[in-house]
Design a protein around this ligand. Sequence first.
Ligand code: HMG
Ligand code: MG
Length: 307
Amino acid sequence: MRLPKSVTLVEMGARDGLQNEAAVISTDDKVRFIDLLSQTGLRWIEATSFVSPKAIPQLSDAPEVFARIVKAPGVRYLVLVPNLKGYERAKAAGADAIAVFTASSEAFTKRNINMTIDESLETFRAVVRRAKDDGMWVRGYVSTAFGSPFGDTVTPQMVVDVSVKLMEMGCDELSIGDTIGVGVPSQVEELVPMLAKQIPLDRLAMHFHDTRGTALSNVYAALQQCIHIFDSSAGGLGGCPYAPGATGNVGTEDVLYLLHSMGIETGVDLAKVRAASRFIAAAVGHALTSKAFQAMEASDERAKAST
Ligand code: HMG
Ligand code: MG
């Protein structure tokens, strides 16, 4: 079987993760969390989001967080941007890599960013043009690629159509999102080859949420389709407040365990990611969902108890 020899992970914990937390996480804790993640070998970290503070109050301290994190050499810090206002705020904060985001579901797009899909594409065309003029790197997200939280139909062709439009406007990379964690491997096997006909595989990432326990099997299905960029979240944090029922991204520890055990390189130190997760677990005030994280914690507890 042909699997990639190495995989790039894009860390979502500080953005997708913390945007969905009920507890107020202090700016100090966010900065410390990102600084810990920066020491793990991860080369891409989504740090925060310059969306409306009314839409996502949890990340309203984006400028402070972005200013205070220690920018480790070799690490790119992405920020989410919903419109030109967000772009100007991100640029003023010093960002050099942004992510724009739309979806294949009209109902979700309306609730998430108060735009139709077409309006969002117009908005992002202007944002991407400005970002490219400023020499920035741009990622595009296509959410609800495997199903909508509002029951409207999403087909693989709809995902491809939005994806192609985002690439045509100048995105450097696309991340295809299973926002509400409904996807299964057969859908991945159908969608990825359709996307790959139009978009180079090295510019395609997959972004799985683990709401129904299928995220890791979807990662494996995508690996078999030669996808080698995956989004994941330390400890399995994550979710979108505008997608009812959505829970965390596939855990970074779970993906690392799978990949490393299969001999696929990532350059990321699992123990250091776990340390970052442990730190943020105390701040969010609840148990983390990553199975590999839980297993390592339990194993340490057993070792401690037996000494
Ligand atoms: P709107 O209310 O239609 O926007 O929201 P508006 O232009 O009418 O502005 C309303 C107010 O917000 C105004 O302030 C604006 O100035 C302000 P007011 O005059 O009332 O005082 N405003 C802003 N402030 C700061 N930064 C900005 C900004 N924009 C407007 N950028 C809008 C439309 C898009 C702004 C809003 O709906 C929004 O911010 N939505 C973001 C929702 C979000 O972040 N969702 C989660 C991320 S997506 C996700 O998680 C999925 C993903 O992980 C992939 C996957 O899983 O599939 C990426
Ligand atoms: Mg997400």
